[in-house]
Write a protein that binds this ligand. Structure first.
Ligand SMILES: NC(=O)c1ccc[n+]([C@@H]2O[C@H](COP(=O)([O-])OP(=O)(O)OC[C@H]3O[C@@H](n4cnc5c(N)ncnc54)[C@H](OP(=O)(O)O)[C@@H]3O)[C@@H](O)[C@H]2O)c1
Length: 159
């Protein structure tokens, strides 16, 4: 099973502010949906609560330390490893890790792929994408989209 991170990141490395995405870019939301549709998508409890619902057409996994956490239409795990093993055992081919910061930090070292939307503007924020060693990856696809702000879809794979 391929383990992929998917994230949108501003020029100054921001991914969130006050529990929310600091931008609304429909092209990026469409990209996220296209990539993740049909797959397990893993996220932290805070990101899930900011979205509010399971993602339609995807199998949503929530990570929390709370042993009693429940919500309809989701799978809940108390550890990231358990969740990854669960997806693997359920015939997943590519699991998507969809944030937020705490979850990206704990998975950046194990991700096989990073689908990164670079947003070519600075934003104020309180959540950031972790530094990663670009030498360990190669860019296998790059697509610039002429939105406002300009965005760039990058796919990194571990080299
Ligand atoms: N730009 C993007 O692509 C993108 C994507 C996703 C999210 N975001 C943004 O990121 C921000 C949220 O990030 P965040 O770091 O605050 O929160 P988060 O990573 O979404 O969730 C953190 C929570 O996950 C649980 N958790 C984390 N590690 C765990 C572990 N090892 N075992 C068990 N549970 C664990 C804990 O839940 P409990 O407290 O319940 O135990 C923790 O409080 C928001 O602003 C959101 O909009 C941006």
């Amino acid at each position: 099973m391929i383990v992929s991170i998917i994230a949108s990141v501003s020029k100054n490395n921001v991914i969130g502010n006050n529990g929310k995405l600091p931008w609304h870019i429909p092209e990026d939301l469409k990209w996220f949906k296209e990539k993740t549709i049909g797959h397990f998508v893993l996220m932290g409890r805070k990101t899930f609560e900011s979205i509010g619902n399971p993602l339609s057409g995807r199998k949503t996994i929530i990570i929390t330390k709370n042993k009693n956490y429940t919500h309809s239409g989701i799978y809940v795990f108390n550890s990231i490893n358990e969740a990854i093993n669960f997806a693997d055992k359920n015939n997943e081919t590519e699991l998507f890790i969809a944030g937020g910061e705490e979850i990206y930090r704990q998975t950046i070292e194990i991700a096989d792929r990073i689908y990164l939307t670079r947003i070519h503007r600075n934003y104020e924020g309180d959540s950031f994408f972790p530094e990663f060693d670009a030498d360990k990856y190669r860019v296998v696809s790059r697509k610039i989209v002429d939105t406002n702000p300009l965005i760039e879809f990058l796919l990194y794979t571990r080299s």
